[in-house]
Design a protein around this ligand. Structure first.
Ligand SMILES: [Zn+2]
Length: 118
């Protein structure tokens, strides 16, 4: 490989690496948003127009959520939870971690009003 070809090869490798860095950063930046994308919310689908929400936080959300599930006879979640909610027509319990995202809280509040909305 002559000097010109070597420089061209290095340049192409650099461009390719920059592309992959940009791709990885894009995936990292968009993944949480996509995971929390709730789409359009239709209040006509509400199970109830009002509810009393209790918001609890835990250092171990999965453990706290599974303990609540056990109380109501539901099996434990198969994957770790960032938040969970338990609702009736008039009450709702939301459990999050201490540093939850607003989108996570909104997701659970929608469960309080619409039940299994997703
Ligand atoms: Zn959900």
């Amino acid at each position: 490989m002559n000097k010109y070809a070597l420089e061209r090869f290095k340049h192409l490798v650099k461009i390719n690496l920059n592309f992959w860095y940009a791709f990885v950063i894009l995936v990292i930046l968009t993944t949480p948003v996509m995971a929390q994308n709730m789409g359009i919310i239709d209040p006509r689908k509400n199970l109830t127009p009002s509810t009393t929400i209790t918001w609890r936080y835990s250092d171990n959300v999965s453990e706290a959520c599974n303990a609540e599930r056990q109380k109501i006879g539901e099996p434990a979640f198969q994957s770790p939870s960032r938040a969970c909610s338990f609702w009736t027509k008039s009450t709702c319990l939301i459990i999050t971690n201490r540093d939850t995202l607003p989108e996570s809280l909104a997701h659970e509040v929608l469960h309080c009003f619409q039940g299994k909305w997703h």
